[in-house]
Design a protein around this ligand. Sequence first.
Ligand code: NDP
Length: 254
Amino acid sequence: MSTKNKVALVTGGSRGLGRNMAINIAKKGMGVVVTYNSNKEEAGKVVAAIQSLGQKAAAFQLDTSNIKQFDGFFNELTTYLNKETGGPNFDFLINNAGTALYAPFAETTEEQFDAVMNIHFKGVFFLTQKALPFINDGGRIINISSGLARFSFPGSSAYGSMKSAIETLTRYLAKELGSRRIAANVVAPGAIATDFGGGRTRDNKEVNQQIASVTALGRVGEPEDIGGIVAFLCTEEAGWINGQRIEASGGMML
Ligand code: NDP
């Protein structure tokens, strides 16, 4: 499976990890479609960066927590793909979009729980289901989990649980989609310096140092620590990796 003429869809590709994934995938010679929730301008910059690498790129608005929007989104996406590639299909789905919730278990409200569930689990479940008819046989699904599904920090009970759910879902996807030669894997980053959670890993000195102190490689992660791994999982060489959880955390909480 050569990467030539392949197309990846990266949700939440306007900033942070998704942006880095999109650019690294383009560097491997693939076209990329990114989605954004509200940040059209940043998404436009990602598209321009990919086009300057000589690859096709587009950005579409999509709230991945709003399942009612999905049919309209796939109409838009497949219209674009038909025009640009001669068919409605793509090859790689990267479920990356997400927001943070830091709330003690005893204080987590039903509203907060639902918001985290919708974006991190239910949205991923049904976006992937609706994407299936358009993913080429032999394609790949990459779900973004978190180190917090393996280790526990106070305040992440809802978020960490949804990420665990994604990991279980990924094994089921790998099992059920194997007949179409579609592989499904999880990439689980440790704490990364992005806007996530108000940018606390990047901007809060105390948090940053605390994470660095429990990380074997002695620092927090940067987006560039993750994007290349996701891009690799889209290559021919990674084709036999299936149903796996790949943690990229610099050895956090070992
Ligand atoms: P950022 O906050 O930097 O970026 C979030 C991205 O998700 C943006 O592109 C944003 O779009 C998009 N987004 C936010 N809400 C929605 C929504 N309702 N629908 C669709 N898209 C949305 O976060 P990161 O890049 O750091 O995080 C990306 C993923 O990595 C998440 O799944 C997160 O849980 C996971 N992760 C992050 C870690 C970290 O420490 N940073 C650690 C482990 C996992 P817009 O620009 O339009 O707002």
